[in-house]
Design a protein around this ligand. Structure first.
Ligand SMILES: [Ca+2]
Ligand SMILES: [Ca+2]
Length: 736
């Protein structure tokens, strides 16, 4: 989604016909598709043959006065048809829609495209990348695919396992890319299909998957099909979009994002003055509106002069007209276009704005049941390819869209605000937010996508700006979402604390060029947008050289995810919110980890329910003893666990021997075999010793554990760990 007020603001009409026709290269696995090479579309094949066979449903779809029951009946009919279209293979499709010289509309069959990625790759952290702002390779000031390819080593070193590319298909807006003009062409400013293929290959070589945005709901106003549709009501593509000839007063009930979604097309003033002759070419600017109006019965469209000009429907503002997703031809076109990229090895999609696919009336336009059904069908198509991932943008009901029958994953909108509020540490607000964070994944699918912020201002400013440059609290927020369940999406530059811009409209402050060096390092030419104001201190090069940097902190967190499967894909258990302290445990195939975060300014002691005889191994912070830099206390040291009765106390200590002394001095039961040994852990190449202590079983615990009925064993052997957490700290343990 892109917020309407900024959409397409610099969207000068493009000239799609003038673009290099590089798309006329089928992937090697695809069967020859001669229709790809059609130079032009035979006009006579258009019109009625491709008219939506469900005029009743379509005609009713936007009528504001119809009751919900009528809507439901119409929708059922519509979705019986659409569903069968989704179920069909491309090869068995009904005749292809007429071609236009400007865009490839040909059917695309599924070509087997195995994935070289490891199972479960999608549980690793992703990076959301705005290609325009990432790295320019040729000095034109605009980021491109070759630039991104040159930064794959950086991304691999950071530990990301997936990339989400904001739209890279040809678009009209010259910025965010959500106004698509060709779904099967790379944005020329970004490169070519060959560059895309290279990107996929090079990413895969580094164990990184690539998903990209796909905008189902709308195209650009400059999309050739829309320009044809708006200029001729009898265009074969008229019904690919949503129209109404209802009087304006009847449309006033519609308000989406504080504005009307109904717009007059270009040249609308002349509507109704043309000849209406069947011989009028598609491009005739004065063609009379003869289309079946979306909100009027078919019988009203008999060639009489229309009382009002038809308006098109556009959820996200006039520059991005909604597709008519009740038209099976539109659905098929998207199916084919999705396959186009999957056949080339793409690893999945971020599906944009899916609750907006279908509208029913002025009240029922958001998250309609039909949108869920359709989204689920697209997801199934994508996942019919091996190891493909789908993540949806569904602000309405993210947890619902994350269900396997719809998207499987969806962004956890709302969680980001709770995390940031908790981490800001501001009194009661922080306490309440901590509880919200702790409870989130008790109610939400663990497959959700998490983040701190993204390219949309509705999801907040860049994290740096939200924290006012408080890097310590920034780290707590990062640790929270990088260690919680879900697939985390880091917003490019977040890992170096890149600041947003000021004095720019809309979302633009969020999308500055990536800060690679003190000078910027983004382009040898004039960047398309000002560079981030804090690049002198917060750039990738400087932070890579500083082990204490935010970048290294992100690397550490991702290394934990990448080395502890429980943190990447494990369960979510024993959440505790105790004031400004959060803790939870994760478990995967017998591996159990414990995360504890103190958002408070003062030390905290956290009682963590666990079982007796547990072994804790500190994974983070990594002890510094291996480097001979051990300190006797603080978050950088190892910890020892002491046992007193059934309560274990975790106290910082420098190394294993002091851990042992601490255990002994604590008065642990002499009968118990309290032990402390040194262990070795390797995190991102940092090898360090950590202290491991065994908590002896509580004296009262039954000795014949296996003989006890499970419920009582659990109760009898319950113990608790009292973790001592320094202010503003993160601790991660492995429990065994
Ligand atoms: Ca460039
Ligand atoms: Ca829509």
């Amino acid at each position: 989604m892109i917020t309407p007020h900024t959409a397409g603001r610099d969207g000068e009409p493009r000239q799609p016909n003038s673009l290099p026709n590089s798309l006329h290269q089928s992937p090697p696995e695809s069967p020859p598709q001669s229709s790809l090479f059609s130079a032009s579309a035979p006009r006579e094949t258009g019109g009625a043959r491709h008219t939506d066979p469900r005029p009743v449903a379509r005609g009713q779809s936007l009528r504001t006065r119809l009751g919900a029951l009528t809507m439901a009946a119409a929708a059922t009919a519509a979705w019986a048809a659409a569903g069968s279209a989704m179920a069909e293979g491309a090869a068995s499709m009904t005749p292809a829609p007429p071609q236009t010289a400007a865009v490839d509309l040909s059917p695309i069959a599924q070509a087997p495209q195995p994935s070289p990625l490891p199972d479960g790759w999608e549980h690793g952290a992703f990076m959301e990348i705005f290609v325009r702002g990432y790295q320019d390779s040729d000095g034109d000031g605009i980021g491109d695919l070759r630039g991104l390819i040159s930064r794959l080593d950086y991304l691999q070193a950071l530990g990301v396992k997936g990339l989400w590319l904001m739209p890279i298909q040809a678009s009209a807006d010259h910025d965010h890319g959500y106004a698509t003009v060709d779904y099967r062409r790379i944005e020329p400013q970004y490169g070519t299909l060959e560059d895309f293929d290279t990107l996929i290959r090079e990413a895969h070589r580094r164990g990184i998957g690539v998903v990209m945005d796909y905008i189902l709901n709308h195209s650009a106003r400059q999309h050739p099909l829309f320009t044809a549709a708006q200029s001729d009501p009898r265009s074969p593509w008229r019904d690919w979009f949503v129209w109404s000839q209802a009087p304006l007063k009847d449309l006033q009930a519609w308000t989406i994002f504080d504005q009307t979604p109904w717009y007059l097309p270009d040249g609308a003033a002349a509507a109704g003055s043309g000849s209406g002759s069947a011989s009028v070419p598609a491009s005739a600017p004065n063609a009379r509106s003869k289309s079946k109006p979306m909100s009027k019965p078919k019988a009203n469209a008999k060639g009489r002069s229309a009382p009002t000009p038809a308006r098109y429907f556009a959820t996200f503002g006039k520059d991005m007209p909604d597709f008519n997703m009740r038209n099976p031809a539109v659905v098929r076109y998207h199916e084919d276009s999705l396959r186009f990229w999957l056949n080339r090895g793409l690893d999945g999609y971020r599906l944009d704005a899916v609750p907006h696919l279908i509208e029913n009336n002025a009240r029922d336009w958001n998250d309609q049941p039909e949108s869920r059904v359709l989204t689920g069908a697209f997801t199934r198509l994508i996942k019919s390819y091996p190891k493909r991932h789908v993540v949806c943008e569904a602000t309405a009901e993210p947890t619902v869209y994350a269900q396997p029958d719809i998207c499987g994953s969806a962004f956890a909108f709302g969680l980001e605000r709770a995390i940031i509020t908790a981490a800001k540490g501001d009194g009661q607000a922080s306490v309440e937010a901590t509880a919200q964070v702790a409870g989130w994944f008790t109610r939400a699918p663990l497959s959700m996508a998490t983040m701190l912020s993204n390219h949309d201002i509705f999801a907040g400013q860049r994290a740096w700006d939200q924290f006012g440059g408080d890097e310590q609290r920034y780290r707590l927020a990062a640790a929270t979402y990088l260690l919680l369940p879900g697939t985390p999406f880091i917003y490019y530059g977040e890992e170096i604390g890149q600041a947003g811009l000021t004095d720019l409209p809309g979302d633009q402050p969020l999308r500055a060029p990536m800060s690679w060096t003190t000078e910027g390092g983004f382009s040898s030419g004039q960047p398309f947008r000002p560079l981030s104001p804090n690049r002198a201190t917060h750039n990738a090069q400087a932070q890579a050289a500083d082990p204490q940097s935010l970048l290294h902190f992100y690397r550490d967190m991702l290394a934990l995810r990448n080395t502890q499967p429980s943190l990447a894909r494990g369960s979510y258990e024993q959440p505790v919110a105790q004031g400004q302290v959060l803790s939870f445990q994760r478990e995967w195939q017998g591996e159990r980890t414990l995360v504890a975060i103190n958002y408070g300014q003062t030390p905290a002691t956290l009682s963590v329910p666990t079982t007796a005889d547990v072994v804790l191994r500190q994974l983070y912070p990594v002890a510094a003893v291996a480097n001979g830099a051990a300190s006797g206390s603080g978050s950088g040291s190892a910890s020892a666990i002491t046992a007193m009765s059934s309560t274990a106390v975790l106290a910082p200590c420098a190394d294993a021997s002091s851990a042992m002394r601490a255990v002994t001095a604590s008065g642990a039961s002499s009968a118990a075999t309290a032990t402390a040994v040194t262990g070795t852990t390797s995190v991102t190449g940092v090898t360090a010793e950590t202290a491991i202590a065994r908590i002896p079983a509580a004296p009262t615990a039954p000795t014949a554990q296996a003989a006890q009925p499970a419920p009582t064993v659990q109760a009898a052997q319950a113990a608790s760990l009292d973790l001592t957490l320094p202010p503003l700290s993160v601790q991660v343990y492995r429990l065994r």
